[in-house]
Write a protein that binds this ligand. Structure first.
Ligand code: NAP
Ligand code: GCO
Length: 270
């Protein structure tokens, strides 16, 4: 045998911070990291959202620690890391920069304030949180950062200019953290989910007044070889892989979990 063991996928003894993880993709990823053995810390913007998240983790049998911190607030993030170190007696080994928003507004109608809010949360937030966790990872001699990118890290579409610019930038931040800290045994990669059924995409899947599927829903089904929307569960295995020793020589990579969208020209209309 070559000495490979499934223990390479184990996260036992590791502490993971997943941002914005009360529900949706973040909650699913945190749950998978916990199933692989990691201890979980997560943050939310409000006490209400954090409490809801804690209840969901407890219902899933996960002893997660929840914190209130806006990822765009550097002082709040630095305080978050101090609280995590106090509660876990160590700093995070794994960071998942998941927190994010989208605003679907035609560019000419989008205010600079709307643009700034999306870029601040989706790009500057991961910068701030990564900057806060990297010193501890460097001291430990290892670390895993997983940024949640998007189809919009590669493709544009109408009404999502700020989001696409932020997620494109997040792809390059991923590569830059890889470049600057790879020598410290830090692996920084990204997951690029396709179209996933979560509250964020609910408006794109709403049934029409006549009961028919939303036009965008039909569009995505035609653009996806798997002919379905992704589920948050589809992202769990890739997240455990990128958080584990099994990916120690994978760095600066965006792993697209999109059912094949980026490889496919799309189904010819009937
Ligand atoms: P979601 O359902 O809207 O959840 C986003 C989470 O981020 C919420 O818990 C939200 O908290 C939190 N959040 C927002 N702003 C924050 C801030 N400033 N500080 C801390 N937390 C904040 O989104 P999702 O669909 O699960 O997506 C999660 C990530 O995956 C996002 O980065 C998104 O861009 C990305 N993504 C999603 C898809 C998809 O199809 N769903 C595909 C590709 C990539 P509140 O609830 O309190 O606002
Ligand atoms: C949209 C969607 C997408 C998804 C995701 C795709 O309006 O186009 O919200 O942006 O959220 O980012 O990967």
């Amino acid at each position: 045998m070559t000495g490979f063991s499934m223990d390479n996928f184990s996260l036992k003894g590791k502490v993971a911070l997943v941002t914005g993880a009360s529900y949706g993709i973040g909650f699913a990823i945190a749950s998978a990291l916990a199933a692989a053995g990691a201890e979980i810390a997560f943050n939310e913007i409000s006490q209400t959202a954090m409490n809801k998240g804690l209840a969901s983790y407890r219902e899933a049998g996960i002893d997660a620690h929840g914190y209130v911190a806006d990822v765009t607030d550097e002082q709040a993030v630095n305080d978050l890391l101090l609280d995590i170190e106090k509660d876990f007696d160590t700093t995070p080994d794994i960071l998942v920069n998941n927190a994010g928003i989208i605003k679907r507004i035609p560019m000419l109608e989008m205010s600079v304030a709307d643009w700034r809010q999306v870029v601040d949360i989706d790009l500057t937030g991961p910068f701030i949180v990564s900057k806060a966790v990297l010193p501890g990872m460097i001291r430990k001699g290892h670390g895993k950062i997983i940024n949640i990118c998007s189809m919009m890290s590669e493709l544009g579409r109408e009404t999502v200019s700020a989001y696409a610019a932020a997620k494109g930038g997040l792809k390059m931040l991923t590569r830059n953290i890889c470049s600057e800290y790879g020598e410290a045994n830090i692996q920084c990669n990204a997951i690029g989910p396709g179209y996933i059924a979560t509250p964020q995409t609910a408006p794109l899947r709403e049934r029409q007044a006549d009961g028919s599927r939303h036009p965008f829903d039909q569009f995505i089904i035609a653009k996806t070889p798997a002919a379905r929307w992704g589920t948050t569960a589809d992202l769990q295995g890739p997240a455990v892989f990128l958080a584990s020793d099994a990916s120690n020589f994978v760095n600066g990579h965006v792993l697209y979990v999109d059912g094949g969208i980026l490889a496919y020209i799309g189904k010819q209309p009937a």
